[in-house]
Ligand binder design. Sequence first.
Ligand code: ADP
Ligand code: ADP
Ligand code: ZN
Length: 214
Amino acid sequence: MKIVMLGAPGAGKGTQAKMIAAKYQVPHISSGDIFRTNIKNGTELGKKAKEYMDQGLLVPDELTVDLVIDRVSWDDCKNGYILDGFPRTIPQAEALDAALKKAGSGLDFAINVDVPDENIVTRMSGRRACTGCGATYHIVYNPSKTGDVCEVCGDKLILRDDDKPETVQKRLSVYHDQTQPLIEYYDGQNILKTVDGTQDMNDVFAAIVTILEA
Ligand code: ADP
Ligand code: ADP
Ligand code: ZN
């Protein structure tokens, strides 16, 4: 099962990707998490990526494509994976298609978690991310049971710099310009499935499971 998650920043892609990965026992691969780990570890890639991320811009395809295509070639991906946050541009999608084709396979589903822009700012300003393990919470919709530390690892929860309202607006416009065209791209391949992402997260998940098991 090879799945790509589509949707605006804050639509709930990561939340759903983690639930799918747990249910079907396939890895959840988030390009944003890979960049944040690089930033935390002070790598050259992390330094370069941070310049773009802090401005709400996409990291250039040259720094992104090989990284993710290498990751999906790992052994743990042989039964499938959930890609979250990649592809984000048409060239990224084309590079992924080409790599999969070369390996004699292809994507099964592109799941578009549909949430209007009006809801996005509330989603993002309430998101809290764990600095240790990358788990995400929401102060209203999914609060940590252990307050301002992570339920999983106990590390501190923060509001990501790029989740502050001024950067969120930029990320939304970048999404509409560069990422939204992927909806049509995957519709053209007949693998697009859209779910209403404004529902409660468990209802969104139930809708996705229905699609995957149809
Ligand atoms: P969100 O989950 O809120 O959509 P991500 O964690 O996926 O955010 O991404 C955070 C930032 O990392 C993006 O705003 C972008 O700068 C960078 N990034 C992540 N994935 C990609 C990608 N596939 N291409 C380019 N930039 C990316
Ligand atoms: P993305 O990966 O698309 O950027 P996340 O999964 O990180 O989005 O979700 C963004 C924020 O919204 C998080 O704080 C998350 O807890 C919250 N969230 C996710 N899905 C829902 C939902 N269906 N209803 C309300 N809040 C949600
Ligand atoms: Zn944690």
